[in-house]
Design a protein around this ligand. Sequence first.
Ligand code: ADP
Ligand code: MG
Length: 580
Amino acid sequence: MRSMFPFLIVFGLAAVLPFTGSDYWTLIATRAAIYWVLVSGLNLAVGFGGQLAIGYVALLTLGAYTASVLVAGNLGPAWPAFPALGAAGVVGAVAGVIIGLPALRLRTFYFAMTTLGFATILTQVALAWQGVTGGGIGLPGPTLPAPFDTGPGFYFLCLAFAAFCTWITANVAHSRFGRALVAIRDAEVAAEAIGISKPALLVTVFLFSGATAAIAGGLFATLQSYITPDAFTFDLSVLFFIAILIGGRGSILGPLLGTIILTVLPEFAAPLVAWSTFLYAALLLIIVLVIPGGIADLLDFANRRPLERNRAIIPRPELLAEILDHGAARATIDLRGVVLSFGGVRAIDGLDLQIEPRQVHGLIGPNGSGKTTTLNVISGYYRPEHGTVGLGDVDLSHQPTQARAGLGIARTFQTPRLIGEASVLQNVMIGGSINGTASFAESLLTLPRHRRDERRLRAQATLALRVVGLESLAAVRADRLQHSELRFMEIARALMLHPTFILLDEPAAGLSTDEIKRLGELIKRISQRGTGVLLVEHHADLIFDICDTVTVLNLGRELAAGTPSDIRAHKEVVSAYLGA
Ligand code: ADP
Ligand code: MG
């Protein structure tokens, strides 16, 4: 259960503030509430999605001008205030996507520059389009109808918006969309393999954060009562961005407190206002150095408790029947004449390989012989230059990585890909992202389909963790796990797809002898449930114990293939690879 308690305290205190009789602090709090409406949405893109959208003052500007211009009647007839605020939200949503689109192609810093560029362009437009925006002289902000036309009345309206934004963004954060965002941020390759579509997800989030930012802009214009282009300074952009960083990535409470702190701070240091950018930067530096995880990390008491030492991983393969119930065998994965080179190196050089359902297919060979590359070709990470990859009648060669998840092809990685700041349970739940049915909008409001999704994903992830023997660590942050535990966690995540095929890249690396035995038993039982397993491994014992078929690679080519006993008797293999 996530804790609502800190939010109740923050908003409870905020609600009694006007009754203390200080108009001045009510005004500051109004500003904080408006900023939070913007930051809450931006937090999904920056804190959860890891996108460096630093120019969000642009959307505040856009929302402020849209609402003000419509209410003033400078474009057609004058609008009432609330519909104008709604229109600002719509315009902001569209602009949010336009600003966000470069994020799908550009790497972090270039994207940051484009968001800043947009802010500059908007200010120039506001200055130049005098007939509508009043140019440098500006125009009045919207006046709201009673009871929102007084200081406290407007404050409670902004507070209601802020509380609502907190609620809906927390809902998203605790949905498959929130987890997918964090996966894109911390483990993009794993996210792709799970079937998460980065473009669709980011566009949705930019749409949402654009709308909230522009609505905040409309409220900001009312607060200012008169807006000019210089009301929207670069400092504001910095404030929004830094509030999230000092709050902590992937948290709602942290950035909320960060926003409050950064809004209030200049009031205590009035003589330093001119230095506020410098103050923010210094504060950020201190936080990064002292508490890199931000405020959220400071408040994360549960993860300070020491973990039990000498914990053993005891998988329970007998529970696999509840996850893998395919019944009859399905199609075969079929590689024909696959060639792939990196520069001059032929990593795979004309490989034929068939992986059957219900079988464990071992892939062995010296380092650099092309095992991981073969796995990457099957999982769609690389496209073969020549040859085909098929699943039954389906040609996979030109399908995107994400399509594999839909076909039930799951994988693990040679280096475990984890979301360190998320719990083990969440890391596993991510594996079932594509099985969710609720839309983003349904998740925003926790409608019934969203709640059903969450219940089911949670139940399945718990079951998958019991299968691999990690259920006692479900609530622990993933970056606190030992290496061997992470390997089992990745298998649990792969099981979330109910895979028809599972591709394992050196799952036994770093495991103890006992753990390797239990892993072998688990893999064997997975294949007996009907799932085809491709096992890339160095541990010869494991390979010969559990494989039905073994392929030996050398320099990207098949050196030998057959049953374990064939391979053990193969002279070239023994001399070149197995030694002895
Ligand atoms: P294995 O998993 O069998 O140890 P790999 O499939 O990782 O081997 O690598 C096969 C060959 O391809 C090696 O020579 C490796 O250096 C090269 N290789 C793999 N990935 C890349 C890459 N992304 N860029 C350049 N060369 C690569
Ligand atoms: Mg490898």
